[in-house]
Design a protein around this ligand. Structure first.
Ligand code: ATP
Ligand code: MG
Length: 180
């Protein structure tokens, strides 16, 4: 898109093993299942980012200091408006909330507008789907987050495709608080 800039978002990006686990939980019928390659957890949605804001964004991302963490996806459900079938943690880990907050502030510092709605971390499994499984996710899925990414969303003839355009590590716990 000339002039407008890339459509970007910060996200947690599953590795291939986790991606396969998430893919298996997609509803088998009804709606549009998210293709496995696109499964992710959005941290902050940015929308069209002017090229002039890009450096501030990546410099801000590089300056984020947040610990690595584990999250347990133990809930599943459906949001009616967009027909989103999702997985989510019943307890939002402190470091996830902290990461979200820092990346929001990185976006604002880069001059971008960000949503003020309460952050509800989730993995979208399908869109335009009829109500599916709701409640406890058994067995739960354990997600160890050791880094976060900047992803670019582009529209192709086969729908939206996401591409990782930047990746930054989360601080390892034993770096933050040495045991010896
Ligand atoms: P499409 O919009 O073409 O159906 P999509 O929603 O998968 O496809 P994007 O709209 O680029 O692709 O969204 C990228 C990610 O950001 C998705 O996880 C999406 O749920 C999330 N997202 C999109 N818009 C918003 C928004 N306004 N607020 C929060 N998250 C958003
Ligand atoms: Mg969208």
């Amino acid at each position: 898109m000339a002039g407008e800039g890339d459509r970007l978002f910060f996200a947690l990006w599953p590795d291939s093993e986790l991606r396969a686990q998430l893919a298996r939980r997609r509803p088998s019928a009804g709606g549009r299942a998210i293709i496995p390659e696109n499964l992710h957890l959005t941290l902050v949605f940015l929308g069209a980012v002017p090229d002039s804001a890009r450096d501030a964004l990546t410099e801000g991302a590089a300056s984020v200091i947040a610990p690595a963490f584990e999250m347990v996806l133990d809930r599943q459900g459906h949001w009616r408006r967009a027909g989103i079938q999702w997985l989510a943690p019943s307890r939002v880990p402190g470091p996830l909330q902290q990461l979200h907050r820092q990346l929001r502030s990185v976006a604002m510092t880069a001059g971008l507008e960000v949503e003020s709605r309460t952050y509800r971390p989730h993995v979208t499994l399908a869109r335009k789907a009829p109500p599916g499984a709701e409640g406890e996710l058994v067995p739960p899925i354990h997600w160890v987050a050791q880094d976060f990414v900047l992803a670019r969303s582009s529209l192709t003839s086969e729908g939206s495709r996401y591409e990782v355009v930047g990746r930054w590590p989360l601080t390892l716990p034993d770096e933050a608080s040495p045991m010896f």
